[in-house]
Design a protein around this ligand. Structure first.
Ligand SMILES: [Zn+2]
Length: 102
């Protein structure tokens, strides 16, 4: 299941249309803002703030049900307040946790 949530920044990692009617596709490597994500079948359908998908009814989506597969995107982790704050926290001299080895 995707870890993408509404409000996340995502990078397009797959811009190849699955169907010929998918004329509107995100650009590979471009960054978008997720406005909505919902489960569809085994995956999830993503809507973007910057781009409106083509519709299964034809044309630009007005029905609101269309979207792109979440697998086309990966979440972009941006520095947030928590991250900035962590830079100024006291760093322990020694890390007690063992390394995780696959
Ligand atoms: Zn639609």
């Amino acid at each position: 299941m995707s870890d993408i949530r509404a409000g996340d920044l995502v990078e397009c990692i797959d811009d190849t249309p699955n169907r010929p009617e998918s004329q509107i596709m995100p650009d590979l490597g471009a960054i978008y803002t997720v406005t909505n994500i919902r489960a569809v079948g085994d995956g999830a359908s993503v809507r973007l703030k910057e781009l409106t998908p083509s519709c299964h009814l034809g044309g630009v989506c007005a029905c609101g049900d269309c979207g792109w597969d979440a697998g086309r995107f990966r979440k972009v982790y941006r520095p947030n307040g928590e991250f900035i704050a962590s830079l100024f926290c006291d760093v322990p001299d020694r890390v007690e946790a063992p390394e995780l080895v696959d």
